[in-house]
Design a protein around this ligand. Structure first.
Ligand SMILES: NC(=O)c1ccc[n+]([C@@H]2O[C@H](COP(=O)([O-])OP(=O)(O)OC[C@H]3O[C@@H](n4cnc5c(N)ncnc54)[C@H](O)[C@@H]3O)[C@@H](O)[C@H]2O)c1
Length: 314
């Protein structure tokens, strides 16, 4: 199978590329290396150093490669940047995605996979949110993810492109930047390993669904089988979506305690002011992915954190 992976030099995308290559697929990576790293690029993948907003460049790359599946993981992922500069966020995250949908149809792709966000589109979820929950994003980043899901619905209904939106929880694992803006496990582990107490913004009682990158990769492999089997025509955008998480909610305070225990750091965290616009509760109901995709998260949070600590200690 020929699979184009946008964002294939980034954290999640590079793990995806590695697993697709191991499974014997041919892969084209499209990435502008804005946050992705050249050292993450799999040498067996073709690489196009292009911006997803550049329709002519994507057109050229697809004309040579003829992708059967387009797996779209390139994005501006910094929520605070989306708040400061929502127009920039929308050009990358909305317009760039539309360019890819259009080029996927133009070049006859059989399916489109999109990295959406369960954490950013539902808003506060005191109970685990199913895919049918009302979308109530509170950041431009979340609004952009929701908008792309509507465009995917249009492209399915009007142009016949089968599509799947994988709504991730908080993904963590090796290669996530410990100096980045997202990824509390890597950021805290990086600080603790250097002997510094990390800062917890707010009370630390905010809860999230943390899912290991290997489990996310597994969901992406299953999404291909689902697309090729000819999924039913969706009646709403939610019918094309799957929550991908661990199904377990953990507070930042609990996360800190577990990680400090693994690293052997005895000190207390520093508490800072809560960040404006940050959710208190983000919980995901993953039963649809379990039933329809056969998805089953394997990695315990403790084991996954150890993998991040080992990776950062190398
Ligand atoms: N990490 C998470 O917890 C999480 C949660 C929900 C959704 N997601 C989504 O998963 C995807 C991957 O996220 P990640 O955590 O691996 O982030 P990342 O920053 O490591 O990866 C994003 C990649 O996209 C590339 N990119 C950015 N703008 C581009 C552009 N205009 N043209 C071409 N390439 C561009 C970057 O260089 C990078 O390689 C994103 O769509 C993100 O929104 C991530």
């Amino acid at each position: 199978m020929r699979i184009a992976v946008t964002g294939g030099a980034g954290f999640i995308g590079s793990h995806l590329v590695d697993s697709y290559i191991s499974a014997g697929h041919e892969v084209l990576v499209i990435d502008n290396l804005s946050t992705g790293k050249a050292q993450n690029l799999n040498p067996k993948a073709l690489f196009s150093n292009a911006d997803i907003r550049d329709a002519a460049a994507v057109d050229r790359a697809f004309a040579q490669f003829h992708p059967e599946i387009v797996n779209h993981h390139a994005a501006q992922i910094d929520i605070r940047r989306s708040v400061d500069d929502p127009a920039f966020d929308a050009t990358v995250n909305v317009v760039g995605s539309i360019v890819l949908l259009q080029q996927a149809v133009r070049h006859g792709a059989r399916g489109f996979i999109f990295a959406s966000s369960g954490g950013a589109i539902y808003g506060e979820t005191p109970e685990p949110a199913p895919e049918t929950a009302v979308k109530a994003p509170i950041s431009p980043y979340g609004a952009a993810k929701a908008a792309v899901e509507y465009y995917m619905f249009v492209y399915r209904r009007t142009f016949g492109l089968p599509a799947v939106a994988l709504r991730y929880g908080n993904v963590y694992g090796p290669r996530q930047d410990p100096k980045g803006e997202a990824g509390v496990v890597s950021i805290f582990a990086g600080a603790l390993l250097s002997g510094a107490a990390p800062t917890i913004f707010g009370t630390g009682e905010q809860v999230r669904d943390y899912v290991y990158v290997g489990d996310v990769v597994n969901a992406n492999l299953r999404a291909i089988d689902y697309l090729l089997a000819g999924p039913p025509v969706p009646r709403t955008p939610g019918d094309q979506a799957f929550n991908i998480g661990s199904g377990v909610s953990t507070s930042v305070n609990e996360l800190y305690r577990m990680l400090a225990g693994i690293v052997g750091f005895a000190g207390d965290p520093v508490y800072g002011d809560p960040r404006p616009g940050e959710l208190m509760e983000s919980r995901l109901d993953i039963s649809r992915a379990r039933t329809v995709l056969g998805f089953s998260p394997e990695m315990s949070f403790e084991q996954g954190m150890r993998k991040v600590v080992d990776w950062l200690s190398r």
